[in-house]
Structures are given as C-alpha cells and as structure tokens.
Design a protein around this ligand. Structure first.
Ligand code: CA
Ligand code: CA
Ligand code: CA
Length: 454
C-alpha cells in the first residue's frame, strides 16, 4: 500500500473457487455439487467464477423450494433457483441481483434476506467494502416471475453505509414493532488505512437502521451513535450474530472483532412492545426445523420468517424466530410451512412467550380433539370449523368429526355449509343415523325460515 507498507492483495489477483453442496443421506454426506448445478465456471477458460464470502437461503419465489443466494467478492453474486428436483439454475443476472444499481460488481462480504414490508417484497442485503454502499436487492413480481432491483439509496441504506467496510449484516426486529430492522458490523482490512485514506479508520462503529414502515428514502433511518450504546464503540468488526441471550424477548447481538474481545450487546430497548418467539421441533435429521417458513398474523398484519441460522458473515444465529408484535396482544394465526411442503397452523394463547411447534403434533386425533373442544367451548365456531376441516383433510371418512364440523357450521349460522356436510355424511354412511337426521331437520328448518333451502 503506497505510503503505508504491505497490504492484502486484491481478490482480482486470484482465481475463483467452486461452491459445494453435500447431501445428507441419513447421517452420511455425498458431494452432489456438480450434478446439482451450484458450481459455476467460466465457459471460455473452465476456471471457477465464484469468490464467495457469504451464503444465505431463502425461498425467493415462494414456490415451496428453498433457494440459495451467494454473495461474491468482486465478481457477480449467484442466485441458485431450486428446481425442486435436486438441481439448481443460476439466475442472479436475469433476476437482477448479480450486481449493484450501477451495474457494477461489489466486494460482497455478507448476506441476509427478509420480508421488510410484511408483504411479498423480499429484500436481500449484501454488506460491501469501503466506498461501496450496502446492496439492497428488493423484489417485485411482474405476474410472471420475481425479479430484484438494488434500491440501496432509495430505501435509505446506501448513503450511511458507503464509507463503512461491512462484514456482519442482519435483518432483525430489534425494537419489536413488527418491522424488520438492519444491523451491521464494520471494520477495515488495513490497519494503517487512515494514512492513505483520511476518511477511513481500521476500527469502525457498528450501525443500526430502524425500519420506519414508510416507503421511499425514509424506509430505513440510521439511529444516531448515541442511541445505540456499545454497538457504536469502534472495533475491527467482523461476525455479527443475534439471539435473545437474557430471555426477555428482544434480540441481543454478539460481534466479533480482529485483535480484541468479542462484544456481547444486551438489547435494552424500552419500547414495551409485545413479542412472540417460535421454536420448531422438526422431524429426525432436522431437529430445529431449518428451512421452514413461519407466518404470523397479528393486528391484521402477516409477518414471515425463514428458520435459517446461516445468515450474516461467519456467524450462526439461533434457530428460534422472533416476531415483534408492537401493541398487539393476540396472535390471530401462526402457520409453519415445513421444508417438505406440509403446513401446520397452531393456536397460540397469549403473547410475550416462546412457543414450541412440534412437527408431528398435527395428527388426526389431536386436531379432531382440539376441534371438538373448541366446538364445545362455543366461543368461536369458525375456529372450531377450521380445525375440524384440517382434521378431515387427514382422515376424510371420520363420521364423528364430520358430524362435529356440521354442528360447528350450524351453530355458526352457516346453514348451507352445514347441509353440505350432512349430505356428505349421508352419502358416506351405510346405515342412516338418527343423529344425522335430527341435525338435518334442524338445518332444513333454519334454511326454510330464511328461504334459502336449495
Ligand atoms: Ca424457490
Ligand atoms: Ca423494528
Ligand atoms: Ca434480549
């Protein structure tokens, strides 16, 4: 480095390397990298193209198959779309997340993905070198397919991240207001960088961007250093990970630094916002449910998270997902979409707690009993009908459960639907049932009163 001695060589001085994918064959791993299509080579030279520093996994097109985003240093990023048959196709260029808004490759160090507006817009953020903004690829769907544009500047991230050399980067809802925020760990590569670039320092402060919920340049606002506590202490930041280390519901941070102790940063936010943390217990071979998507509806808003510890840079986050609820005191709906495609909706009572969702809880017997209890409890017949319908999806010929569903429809004043269920019971049963006939008579009476008998 002129004027400052030895320096790291630029990545362009080196050849790339390949990505690897190892398939878990029940405790043994097979290298399936080549046939899966996640290795990318220069067509002319045959040399590997990738210079990867970070990988994250998200189902960007929401087809039920987890896709792979790889942040590369000085060469275009990769987005491997999962074809659902054990192979991937690399689509970063055509989907708009290979290079930044200026069409230029960046020194990608980290990657994370999140639904930042609680709608279908997915953001993939990439932490970059000094003098490069953090890239912020935001998705849109043109009706045919999902594509991204780098909106780093227009969402408010670009300006304040330009001078920083960013490694760790995380999307998490740090103030539990129901919107995902952004944290960054920063630090330069060169100890004496200030000698040749006076605006740069080796140690740099961490950054926190608050998601305001507004669209446009104010979507993310950088919190002043004075409001972020020890996160603003300049260190040579590298890895950044989050977890609720003190069990109070908000996400705390761990930051590693070169030549110093790591920092464990307790989140002392005082928002009084409510929260729900969801821990999955998956099937054998996937005990934490990694790759599952959790959707939570509260206060009329649906939030979505992927259970994915592999985020940021050289770090693992906890496999529990944290939802901020703002002032909402009730969960309307919690649905887990497991990696095998099965969906599981669970009832959550109360907030400010950790709930555990076990994959195999949704047996027919469990759902049928829950639905029956909800029916007898009598305060929400629609909820009882939904549970009983899910039970019947697993065992359509259960006469007792279908009769309970008919009763839930009847008591919920859904007479035509009740009649449908009773007719189906009649068709399925070999022997006429007195209980069925009695209920049918009641339903027909109500429908006649309302002149709705079909
Ligand atoms: Ca997908
Ligand atoms: Ca937030
Ligand atoms: Ca905490």
């Amino acid at each position: 480095m002129p004027g400052a001695g030895l320096s790291y060589a630029h990545p362009e001085s080196f050849d790339g390397t390949q990505n690897y994918l190892f398939r878990n064959d029940g405790g043994r791993f097979s290298d399936v990298s080549a046939e899966a299509g996640i290795q990318v080579s220069d067509l002319a030279t045959g040399k590997p193209l990738g210079k990867a520093l970070a990988v994250t996994f998200v189902d960007f097109d929401r087809d039920g198959w987890l896709d792979v985003f790889v942040a590369n240093d000085t060469v275009p990023h990769f987005l491997f779309r999962n074809r659902g048959n054990g192979t991937f196709e690399e689509v970063a260029k055509e989907r708009g997340c290979a290079v930044n808004a200026e069409g230029v490759t960046t020194s990608g160090m980290s990657a994370d993905a999140a639904w930042i507006r609680n709608d279908d817009a997915l953001a993939i953020a990439v932490g970059n070198f000094a003098e490069e903004r953090t890239s912020f690829f935001l998705s849109a769907n043109d009706g045919e397919q999902v594509f991204f544009t780098d909106q780093s500047i227009s969402v408010g991230i670009g300006g304040p991240t330009r001078d920083m050399l960013t490694w760790g980067l995380l999307f998490d809802d740090f103030d539990l207001d129901g919107r995902v925020d952004v944290a960054q760990a920063n630090g330069h590569l060169e100890e004496t960088i200030h000698l040749v670039q006076p605006n740069q320092t080796y140690a740099q402060r961490g950054q926190l961007f608050w998601n305001t919920g507004l669209e446009g340049p104010q979507t993310f606002v950088q919190l002043p250093a004075a409001d972020t506590g020890d996160l603003a202490k300049p260190i040579v930041g590298r890895a950044l990970a989050s977890a609720d280390i003190d069990g109070d519901g908000d996400l705390d941070l761990a930051v590693s630094g070169v030549g110093g102790s790591p920092m464990l940063l307790r989140n002392d936010q005082e928002s009084r916002h409510h929260w729900l943390r969801v821990r999955l217990i998956g099937p054998a071979g996937n005990p934490h449910g990694v790759g599952a998507t959790v959707e939570l509806r509260a206060g009329g808003v649906t939030q979505r998270r992927t259970v994915m510890p592999t985020r940021s840079y050289l770090a693992q986050t906890e496999p529990i997902v944290t939802f901020g609820l703002g002032s909402a005191l009730q969960i309307e709906d919690l649905t887990v979409i497991w990696p095998d495609g099965s969906q599981q909706t669970v009832t959550v009572e109360g907030v400010d707690r950790v709930v555990t969702v076990r994959k195999d809880i949704q047996t027919f017997a469990v759902l049928a009993n829950i639905g029956k209890a909800q029916l007898e409890n009598g305060d929400d017949y629609q909820k009882a009908a939904n549970t009983l319908e899910r039970a019947l999806e697993l065992k359509p010929d259960s006469i007792a459960t279908r009769r309970n569903l008919a009763r839930a429809r009847f008591l919920g004043n859904q007479y035509p639907q009740a009649l449908d269920e009773l007719r189906r019971l009649e068709a399925d049963s070999r022997t006429p049932s007195a209980a069925n006939a009695y209920l049918m008579g009641l339903v027909a009476g109500r429908l006649a009163d309302k002149q709705e008998l079909p």
